[in-house]
Design a protein around this ligand. Structure first.
Ligand code: FAD
Length: 495
């Protein structure tokens, strides 16, 4: 997903008030479990909402585990005999529509289990499930190593992104975050504590990765590390022609490591949306605004090359390749040279800005779609031009996939674009934006564009069956195997 603020449609600022009095239903845990269940209004209120700010789902209580064994005790008790209550792990609650929520059940606040241990050979880190990716970066980078695949926003938890996929601009090179995990510790819906990997309990391992929290709670993930570069050369280039834009994206992702870039995304400036030109020199900013006005849409290709030593010839060669061979509008390229940490953590500054304007805690009826490369032009014409040009902006990035995991991407094509239509709304116009999202999905279906959703929320079983397609049968078998009482992450609304 591309930078958040450029995707945000500014609307009238309304402060979204949380209900002042939230009452939860009572859950009584036996003393023998030795667990503290928080039921005070602030704990309940915090666990009732998520980043989407669209749903309110009130849990019966929250636990802040001090060890995985506490989660195991909770789940063993809940699954013993009659189902007593359901349980949802919650990382940062950056879900969009209650996926980390549980009505009248128990929220496991995973942020209570955080920490990073780097192996002696620095080839991997064992990371507790509630750790934020930004803290993994801080801990590893100070020793000169780093994970290799990132989400755009780092203030999300290990368990949360591994339950989805974890995608960002490095995906075309290194795969999503779920492809860079060596082993996991998981507590199943039956309360069993199991280690798993491609060799050990592999059904659980592949099920949990991209498994939407359905098969177990991740308490530890062993994450692949590589050398941490010191700096990033970060470019944005403008295109007025969509075909030239996608052709250059696809050429860049096909290049070998050394000769190519390390990060690639894209975004759109649309004449009916917010056009943030601040990345470009002041002398170009009004020209860019004019370009957007005259073309309706300007496509922004965003790439980065990571490096340690500016004197290495390869850096000059890559810069040279970008400036000589890409078909962006002459003169409309801008480069920033930033620390690797600041590049990866770039969305945090935007979060701080939006928070200060009261624009962070608003409803987010976001829509994220995978679109196969062969149909990206149809998508552009049918959705971007015919629908979104009247509404807001989108972004594209490409990715690679390992099909054994639960996560579902559209069909078998090698190159897939992920489009983030990241709208902010007011409490009043959420239905309007959601109906726009529905119409985008309908147009894709009607015109045969084989999309899949990411971070989706379906409420009908048939939509889930269609979403998982050939993987549905394995997905439901794994549920019977690892969480037969269907206790886990009920907010996903699958079972
Ligand atoms: P939560 O919302 O707390 O949980 C998500 C789901 O995972 C729930 O079903 C929950 O029950 C389950 N879960 C949580 N922890 C565990 C665990 N330890 N074990 C098992 N299940 C668990 N995603 C991307 O891929 N790429 C991006 O670039 C990206 N950018 C984003 C930018 C912003 C501003 C935001 C708000 C989100 C972005 N996301 C992105 C989406 C994000 O990755 C998901 O929302 C993710 O779920 C957030 O993690 P979380 O810790 O908040 O998870």
């Amino acid at each position: 997903m591309a930078d958040l603020p450029l995707m945000i449609t500014l609307m009238t600022v309304l402060i979204y008030l949380l209900p002042s009095c939230i009452k939860s239903s009572e859950i009584i845990l036996p003393k023998s479990l030795n667990l503290t269940l928080l039921t005070d209004p602030s704990a309940i209120s915090a666990a009732s909402h998520d980043f989407g700010n669209i749903t309110t789902v009130i849990p019966g209580g929250v636990i802040c585990p001090s060890s995985p064994a506490e989660i195991s005790r909770l789940l063993s008790y809940a699954s013993n005999g009659e189902r007593k209550f359901q349980v949802a792990a919650r990382g940062q609650g950056h879900s969009l529509k209650g996926q980390a929520a549980v009505l009248n059940g128990v929220i496991v606040n995973m942020t209570c289990l955080a920490g990073v241990v780097i192996s002696d050979d620095m080839k991997y880190a064992d990371v507790a499930g509630g750790t934020l990716w930004v803290d993994v970066l801080k801990n590893t980078a100070e020793k000169g190593v780093s994970p290799v695949s990132w989400t755009d926003y780092l203030h999300v938890s290990i368990g949360g992104t591994l339950s989805n996929a974890g995608i960002g601009g490095e995906v075309f090179r290194n795969g999503p975050q779920i492809s860079n995990v060596l082993e996991l510790d998981v507590i199943t819906g039956k309360g069993e504590m199991l280690a798993c990997s491609p060799q050990l309990n592999s059904e659980l391992f592949y099920g949990v990765l991209g498994g939407l929290g359905q098969f177990g709670i991740i308490t530890r993930a062993r994450i692949v590390l590589n050398h941490a570069p010191k700096r990033a050369k970060w470019f944005r280039m403008l295109y007025s022609d969509f075909t030239a834009f996608t052709k250059d994206q696809e050429r860049l992702i096909s290049m070998a490591d050394d000769a190519g870039v390390d990060y690639l995304e894209g975004q759109l400036f649309m004449s009916n949306g917010v056009v943030d030109t601040s990345f470009f020199p002041e002398s170009n900013q009004s020209k860019i605004a004019d370009l957007v006005k005259s073309h309706g849409i300007i496509y922004v290709l965003e790439v980065a090359k990571f490096y340690d030593d500016p004197t290495l010839p390869i850096i000059g060669q890559v810069v040279d390749m970008l400036t000589r061979t890409l078909s962006y509008l002459p003169g409309f390229i801008s480069m920033h040279d930033v620390a690797y940490f600041d590049f990866l953590n770039r969305v945090k500054a935007e979060e701080d800005k939006l928070r200060s304007l009261g624009l962070w805690e608003v409803p987010h009826p976001w829509l994220n779609l995978y679109v196969p490369k062969s149909q990206i032009l149809d998508f552009h014409n049918g959705v971007v031009k015919d629908i979104l040009l009247k509404q807001n902006s989108t972004s594209g990035l490409t990715l690679l996939w390992d099909n054994r995991m639960s996560a579902m991407v559209t069909d078998e094509e090698d190159v897939v674009y992920i489009i983030g239509i990241l709208q902010s709304a007011t409490p009043q116009n959420v239905p309007e934006v959601e109906s726009l999202n529905d119409s985008i999905i309908r147009v894709c279906k009607d015109s045969g564009i084989k999309i899949k959703q990411y971070l989706m929320h379906y409420t009908r079983k048939e939509d889930w069956v269609e979403h998982f397609g050939t993987k549905w049968s394995d997905f439901s078998k794994r549920k019977d195997l690892f969480d037969p009482k269907k206790l886990l992450s009920p907010g996903q609304d699958i079972f």
